[in-house]
Design a binder for this molecule. Structure first.
Ligand SMILES: NC(=O)c1ccc[n+]([C@@H]2O[C@H](COP(=O)([O-])OP(=O)(O)OC[C@H]3O[C@@H](n4cnc5c(N)ncnc54)[C@H](OP(=O)(O)O)[C@@H]3O)[C@@H](O)[C@H]2O)c1
Length: 247
């Protein structure tokens, strides 16, 4: 991906990593369209930064279809999709009350990713060169016990990304996976501190890796212990250590 000259759609960029990435890509020279459910935020971000905007709810297939049609019509040069939308919820598996959270997490993180890719792939296959960046997590590679369905959806996104990459080999579409470690955002609620690294530090590393052509996974330093925990034989120890920190 040429970050100086791409046309990028980031559903899930009204806050956090998506918004930060939108700002960095635009500053590097790309044209960026952001998406999310919060219309008022989309409007103020359009006014402040000049992003294109589209309201969408990735749990609603019709909303994804309409957003894809609108983005492709307004930006026919679109060549990059970043499937950023995500939610993360704590669940107590001893109580069936967790099931609603489990379903919402699967709808958003996994089905949302799958549906977004379905909606944009025909267009991206018609471009001379294009990129899909999925967003997993260090927790795809070793679960945080307090967020079981979240961790499972991210493991599924990793697996799905591998299959997508293989099916698209030889096509114009490159498939990357952004694997964030814990990053300080409002992912678990406004002001909830889960010990994430500073957002700007994370974004600077990501931009450097994109500039260097990192592929197929975008791995900042902080995520490496999680990414390779199974290979390194540290996985069970890390699962226990994170659980005992009360996360
Ligand atoms: N922060 C971390 O530590 C961390 C670590 C690993 C992976 N990640 C991943 O990074 C991504 C961004 O998270 P973040 O940390 O930046 O948290 P965030 O600030 O809460 O951002 C989440 C984004 O997803 C959007 N979103 C949520 N549900 C949606 C829906 N149904 N339809 C459309 N958009 C939806 C939100 O927009 P609206 O509310 O406006 O819809 C928001 O823009 C997520 O996929 C997350 O799993 C984060």
């Amino acid at each position: 991906m040429d970050i100086t000259n791409s046309t990028v759609f980031i559903p899930g960029a009204t806050s956090g990593i998506g918004l930060g990435l939108a700002q960095r890509l635009q500053a590097a020279g790309s044209t960026v369209v952001i998406g999310g459910r919060r219309r008022a935020l989309l409007d103020s971000l359009h006014d402040e930064y000049g992003f294109g905007t589209v309201e969408l709810d990735v749990t609603d297939p019709a909303s994804i279809t309409a957003a894809a049609a609108s983005v492709i019509e307004s930006h026919p040069s679109l060549d990059t999709l970043v499937t950023m939308s995500g939610i993360m919820r704590a669940e107590d598996l001893r109580s069936s009350a967790h099931l609603d959270d489990a379903l919402a997490t699967i709808e958003t993180n996994l089905l949302g990713t799958i549906r977004l890719i379905d909606a944009f792939l025909p267009h991206l296959l018609g471009r001379p060169a294009s990129t899909i960046i999925t967003v997993s997590s260090g927790l795809a590679y070793m679960p945080l016990a307090a967020t079981p369905t979240y961790s499972a959806t991210k493991a599924a996104v990793h697996s799905y990304t591998q299959s997508l990459r293989q099916q698209l080999a030889g096509s114009p579409v490159s498939v990357l996976e952004l694997v964030p470690p814990a990053v300080a955002t409002d992912l678990m609620g406004e002001g909830v501190d889960f010990g994430g690294m500073p957002l700007e530090d994370f974004l600077s590393e990501v931009v450097s890796l994109l500039e260097a052509g990192a592929s197929p996974e975008i791995l900042v330093q902080n995520v490496l212990p999680l990414r390779w925990s199974e290979r390194d034989g540290t996985q069970q120890q890390l699962i226990g250590a994170l659980a005992s920190r009360g996360h």
